[in-house]
Design a protein. Sequence first.
Length: 211
Amino acid sequence: MNILTQISENLQKGNDELVEALTQEAIAKNLPPKDILDHGLIAGMNIISDQFKAHEIFLPDVLLAAKAMYAGMNVLKPLLIKDKIPSRGKVVMGTVQGDLHDIGKNLVSIMLQGAGYEIIDLGNDVSPEQFIEAAKTENANIIGMSALLTTTMPVMKKVVALLKEQASAGAIKTVVGGAPVNREFAQEIGADAYGFDAANAVEIVNKLSGH
């Protein structure tokens, strides 16, 4: 079994120490950092994403795999920066103003990172202005918003309206999600897409980013 397959398989098992050691070994063998990223770490996270979507594994398994991915990423990051490996795009993520829940948002961020995106995580209780300012400052083309309370859903509408006002709609796409949010609400407020779970959010961001 080649070393990239070993990285992928141990990532799926959530073995962070072994993933870290194998990533270092792959670098020592002069494997290109991009190959280690694509065919080791991201390949493993893609399988985790598919299994999670099919309900074959559950949240604790995803979090263990994510921990292993971060262990490998920490080793690779300096080399990826040095080689100027482009990320697939930047995504601003946050839970909307008035809402302090962030497990779902964190899970989407992990999945997107596993798929090769750079995440600007604004945390929770994020105002419409903060979302837009971060997207412009960071040159991100997607804003991902999460809400768990029905009372905070109107904040999503404000973000979409503000983007239209500033003529940034189109250049910056909006994706909304969270337990009370549905496709009808996303269409009603003019958001570009609705993500019903973390794995689906990756597919949507890929589509919106042209991947």
